[in-house]
Ligand binder design. Structure first.
Ligand code: GYE
Length: 311
């Protein structure tokens, strides 16, 4: 990982063929998923012989825009970034386009009327993830007449995963009036906010009024589980838990019956990002959108032999 000035220097000094220089703007370090994703990106760059300038925006869109502008000023060969939220990128991406620098979207999408502002996108199918969460509930409560009261810990407002996981879930449960979302608030994908939200929920509702927690990521789930356990509630038994990401800790919880369903979201996109970077720099055609492969694991399947996640 290079700072901009170190990168500049090495570019001037090594006489050999210039390696590809990639400017990468990561949106933050809010979750276990994100930490793993950053690790995947930086190690894959090294492996591919791509020079990476890596900036962490600490969940602040202004910081991301600043990073993108610094990459443009430096004239990197290619930019990749995980947009914090979907809107507000047209101006800076227009500047990258004017400078002739291709842009790859990673993990999250943007909303724009000009699809030429990015070369390609590599991300998860978040709406599908939300639908899988809904399908699990339909199965679990097949023989229950309801009502089934659901509380939702949502991800960062206006972000692609929060939108997809919210909408996909409703695609499925809306066909079954017994499912009622009685609470849904933004917990920013952070464990600390998961704790805060769970405390708030337990101020508003009696534990027996809550049947299900649907959490948009593992870290918020872990925060909520801590609060439940401290209040004498048995997560996974008194209240069913659905979580997204599938970090090792949530797999362990699934095996223990503390979590009932995990929707995988795969952070190991580094190698695919580097391949796309090489291709767009070489002017080779790439698919406009690539989805990352993912699975679901729940209490109805065999959970004993899930391979170690490593994060
Ligand atoms: O699920 C969450 C992270 O954008 C897919 O962001 C990503 C999400 C992931 O903070 O843990």
């Amino acid at each position: 990982i290079l700072t901009i000035s170190a990168c500049k220097e090495s570019r001037q000094n090594d006489g050999a063929a210039d390696p590809v220089v990639l400017g990468y703007s990561q949106l933050g370090d809010e979750s276990t998923w994100r930490t793993r994703n950053s690790f995947s990106i930086t190690t894959a760059a090294q492996k591919a012989g791509i020079k990476i300038m890596f900036e962490d925006a600490m969940q602040d869109q202004a910081n991301q825009i600043k990073a993108l502008r610094s990459f443009i000023a430096y004239k990197v060969d290619v930019i990749a970034f995980s947009p914090l939220v979907e809107t507000g990128w047209d101006t800076v991406l227009g500047e990258a386009k004017a400078a002739g620098i291709p842009v790859i979207l990673v993990d999250r999408m943007i909303k724009t009327s000009d699809q030429s502002l990015y070369a390609c996108a590599l991300c998860s199918d978040f709406r599908r993830e939300g639908r899988k969460a809904g399908e699990f509930l339909v199965k679990k409560y097949k023989n229950v007449s309801g009502p089934v009261n659901i509380v939702e810990l949502a991800g960062t407002e206006e972000s692609t995963p929060a939108i997809g996981r919210f909408e996909g879930f409703r695609d499925i449960i809306s066909a079954h009036p017994k499912f009622r979302v009685i609470f849904s608030e933004d917990g920013d994908f952070m464990a600390s906010k998961g704790r805060e939200l769970m405390n708030k929920i337990l101020d508003l509702y009696k534990p027996e009024e809550i049947n299900v927690i649907y959490s948009h990521n593992d870290d918020m789930t872990f925060g909520a589980i801590e609060v439940m356990q401290a209040s004498g509630i048995r997560p996974g038994k008194d209240i069913a838990i659905i979580s997204v990401d599938m970090t090792q800790r949530s797999v362990d919880y699934l095996k223990l019956g503390v979590v009932n369903c995990i929707i995988e979201c795969n952070p190991n996109s580094g190698a695919q990002v580097m391949e796309l970077a090489r291709k767009v720099v070489a002017g080779e055609p790439v698919p406009k959108r690539t989805y990352i492969d993912e699975q679901t694991f729940d209490e109805f399947g065999a959970v004993g032999n899930i391979p170690n996640r490593g994060y």
